[in-house]
Design a protein around this ligand. Sequence first.
Ligand code: GDP
Ligand code: MG
Length: 298
Amino acid sequence: MHKSGFVNIIGRPNVGKSTLMNALVGERMSIITNKPQTTRHRIIGLLSGDDFQIVFSDTPGFIRKPAYKMHSAMNAFVEGSFEDADVMLFVTDPNEKFEAEDPIITKLQNVSYPKLLVINKVDVFSKEIVDTYKADLSKKIEFTEIIEISALKKQGTDVLLNTIQSLLPEGPEYYPKDQLTDRPERFFSAEIIREKIFLNYRDEIPYSCEVVIDSFKETQTNRGEALDRIMATIFVARENQKLILIGKNGLAIKKLGTDARKDLEAFLQAKVFLELTVKVRENWRDDDKFLKHFGYTL
Ligand code: GDP
Ligand code: MG
């Protein structure tokens, strides 16, 4: 019998959803930083064996008070993930407090497929705190199973994986078995650049940038090594953000480019020539056309 299914990962921003998906899929699939809202789209990761295939999807964290249309679009990805799941992973950590009427709680109470409570970051909380937290949440929702993990240290992730496998319905191969993700290299290249923006800039800057790959060409150096030529545009929402991004004498953008190139080379297994351009697109986070064009469904 072949088992397969869609396993959707939801939870508040910063609880470790992307770290968990990477731990489960075994590749650096989704960008991870210590700032919330780094995941803006749904990202699919695939884990296949001879007799099973799991299609994971990592969602942006649910934003309780959307401030931009972009936020509403991010929430729509989360809403969508309730509809097409075979198993739901609700990831949280003992720092997160939930009221009974929290929208995620209400939605979880109403789903009919198996739902797992995944308590993450147990490496930094005492057993007492974890136990109390567990007891509290299971009063609000009846979970199929509760599993404690540290996604970062890969503790408990095997147990979680076995549980998921046991809950998968019988089903087909949705994707070729050697495929790791449904997203092309271009998408990950943009995500890697975006991750470096998160790591190199502060305050509102990372949240104001969108990275678009304008061209991606696989070529060779004259010594015959693989060379990828990538041209990318970073859109910012205001003129002063462009100045900050570029920095004095262009030093900041130069460092960003170098950091991104190094990671891109490791990810693409090729030498990379990266050209970054910064453009102002006033208030793009509220611009319907811009959002639609760049894959946010409104
Ligand atoms: P997401 O917003 O839910 O996708 O969260 P991320 O996966 O981006 O992780 C947010 C932060 O939590 C990062 O700094 C991670 O390194 C950290 N983190 C994730 N899992 C764990 C864990 O098991 N233990 C600890 N101590 N930190 C973790
Ligand atoms: Mg994430």
